[in-house]
Design a protein. Structure first.
Length: 328
């Protein structure tokens, strides 16, 4: 069960691993008949095949669209709602991981996703989920410098109100919540540091947190060595390449790195949750531990729940408790 959970979560996070190549349907093949052991007579007649699991489907229908923004960028988004005629108290926004896409939200909400056990318990209070993306390499590419980047203004002041207007009546605004996974977790933390009052709660699942200089190759090599037998060098190399391409220098990187933001006290007014597996293939467990220690030193509220497993494995019980308490 733990292995199956890790597989599904890895797909949701858009990790480019071999088992993700065939898509979610390949993870749930039809059941085959249970064979009778050699030399043992069949009891009660021939064995019958186990029931075939239902076809993969999101918990509820989704619609994906594009939106042109004032900055000239195009936002890709997918909206999943239980029913359009109800007035929602909450809306949950979702940031995908590296090389992902907004339609990955359908996997997060799929009835066979481990997160379904959480989603179904709050569906009456959280009827709308919205995935936001500016492209596969960066779910929300907030500019690397500046306290009020244009992309963030587009997102918070233009896109989110426009999307909500399609699902909200009588001028009632819902409470906004944010879930980010992997690189999406990093981006969720970045947005929360810049606009701490926008979201009622922020949940980072296996966020891309590192506590070393990604521009020093010796430090990268040491990081891989510390990661244990489960760390995958190609994944770390891809992550480091993405960081260097976007941030150019370590000073620019430190200016946005959530680790630096936590130590500077930028999350003191953010209702924050974090969960990471202790065998994360990117090595993000080390960063999660450092982030939690920094939160304690800064006096910032953080619910941190490490768990057993690989990339984007989460502690579902604490995640459900946090989300349920955060929803109005």
């Amino acid at each position: 069960m733990l292995r199956l959970t890790s597989i599904i979560l890895a797909i949701v996070c858009s990790v480019s691993m071999a088992f993700a190549a065939g898509g979610i349907d390949d993870l749930f093949p039809p059941s085959s008949p249970t064979p009778t052991p050699p030399g043992k007579p069949e009891e009660g007649g021939p064995s019958k095949p186990k029931p075939t699991p239902p076809p993969a489907a999101p918990v509820f229908p989704g619609t994906c669209k594009n939106m042109a923004l004032p900055s000239g960028k195009t936002l890709n988004y997918c909206v999943h709602s239980y029913q359009k005629d109800q007035i929602p108290q909450n809306v949950i926004y979702y940031f995908h991981g590296l090389n992902g896409k907004p339609s990955d939200l359908a996997l997060f909400l799929d009835a066979r996703s481990p997160f379904y056990s959480v989603i179904k318990t709050v569906q009456d209070r959280a009827p709308i989920y919205v995935a936001l993306s500016f492209g596969p390499r960066e779910s929300i590419p907030v500019e690397p410098t500046g306290d009020d980047p244009a992309t963030l203004r587009d997102l918070v002041d233009v896109a989110m109100p426009a999307i909500e207007n399609d699902y909200i009546f009588y001028g009632i605004r819902p409470a906004r919540h944010l879930i980010g996974m992997s690189l999406g977790g990093y981006n969720a933390l970045t947005v929360a540091a810049l606009r701490p009052k926008v979201f009622t709660s922020v949940m980072a699942i296996c966020p891309a947190l590192i506590d070393f200089n990604p521009f020093e190759q010796a430090e990268v090599t040491n990081y891989i060595s510390r990661g244990g037998p489960w760390i995958q060098t190609p994944l770390v190399t891809d992550m480091i390449s993405a960081i260097r391409t976007k941030f150019k220098t370590v000073d620019v990187w430190n200016g946005r790195n959530p680790m630096s933001q936590m130590r500077a006290g930028k999350y003191r007014n953010v209702n924050l949750y974090l969960s990471t597996g202790d065998r994360d293939e990117y090595g993000f467990f080390e960063g999660a531990e450092a982030f939690a220690a920094a939160a304690q030193q800064a006096g910032s509220p953080l619910v941190y729940e490490p768990t057993n497993g690989g990339h984007c494995t989460a502690d579902l019980r604490s995640f459900q408790s946090f989300l349920s308490n955060a929803l109005k």
